[in-house]
Design a protein around this ligand. Structure first.
Ligand code: A3P
Length: 281
């Protein structure tokens, strides 16, 4: 019921029962996306929000620039954002295209699977993801504000946040963790050894990069290097995608009860699964 909505809630829209930022996502675009033509050589990044989208897309763009001499775009390309005519423009973009999406597995356009496009999927432990999302809601003018962490926590656990439940996304990807064209990486793994992560991603895509090239891409992909670049070009909006960039910030936000509640949910969904083991925190 529209009349129940606060002005804040009006920033969000529901498409097929899932919340999205209304200014970026529309039913028309989602409809047009269903018939999107993927290409075999697309580099496609899939992530739940705040799991390392900006970071991974940066790495992919830098790899493409290194190997193909193709200039990275000014803006990262999230497939489901914008007007429906964007797909005509994307059809004309020279290969290889670097694309990203936050869509749930079930909503990824079929063409990506038909063409066996390699999908890089990035996950992050749910606690840090929730904390990052909370701050992002409050900093991003396109999203409502949450005055309290406790309220956000309830909505995150209940899946009442943009792109739906973290756990639904994780459950779906756990089913596809061994698929041929899927590489699941974690934020924590990238944080631990970025050079190794770059190497793994480049091998997944079949790129032959020298050690020096891998090293250079990793150097450009550190939190500090990315932050400095954004400072230099004075892109204030993009700055909100770089906050702390650390593992374990959840300890500064979660109460003991909240920690237990999300652990229980995590166990119920992911205990004993491969993805569950990757996201132990
Ligand atoms: P924090 O809010 O915990 O700092 P996304 O791009 O999916 O929206 O994710 C944003 C999160 O990734 C933010 O987490 C941001 O700081 C972090 N991030 C972005 N680039 C990073 C980098 N190069 N190294 C570490 N973390 C990075």
């Amino acid at each position: 019921d529209e009349s129940d909505k606060t002005p804040q809630d009006k920033k969000l829209t529901q498409i097929n029962g899932v919340l999205y930022p209304g200014i970026l996502c529309t039913e028309e675009t989602f409809k047009a996306l269903e018939s999107f033509e993927a290409r075999e050589d697309d580099l496609m990044l899939v992530s739940y929000p705040k799991c390392g989208t900006t970071w991974s897309l940066n790495l992919l763009n830098d790899m493409v620039q290194t190997i193909y001499n193709k200039d990275p775009p000014n803006m990262i390309q999230i497939l489901e954002f914008g007007a429906p005519d964007k797909y005509e423009k994307l059809n004309e973009e020279p290969a290889p295209r670097v694309l990203g999406t936050h869509l749930h597995y079930d909503n990824i356009p079929q063409s990506f699977f038909n063409k066996k496009v390699k999908l890089l999927v990035v996950f992050r432990n749910p606690k840090d993801t929730a904390v990052s999302f909370f701050h992002f809601y409050n900093k991003n003018p396109m999203l409502p504000n949450y005055s309290s962490w406790d309220t956000f926590f309830e909505d995150f656990i209940g899946g009442k946040v943009c792109w739906g439940s973290y756990f639904d996304h994780a459950l779906a990807w756990n089913q596809h963790i061994d698929d041929d064209d899927v590489l699941i990486m974690t934020f924590e793994e990238m944080k631990e050894d970025l050079e190794a992560a770059v190497k793994k991603i480049s091998e997944f895509y079949g790129f032959s990069m020298s050690d020096e090239q891998v090293h250079n891409v990793a150097e450009k992909g550190t939190f500090t290097a990315m932050k400095e670049k954004l400072n230099n070009i004075k892109n204030e909006f993009a700055q909100i995608f770089l906050r702390k960039g650390e593992v374990g910030d959840w300890k500064n936000h979660f109460s003991e009860a909240q920690s237990q509640e999300i652990d229980a949910k995590f166990e119920a969904c992911l205990a004993g699964t491969k993805l569950g083991d990757m996201l132990k925190y």
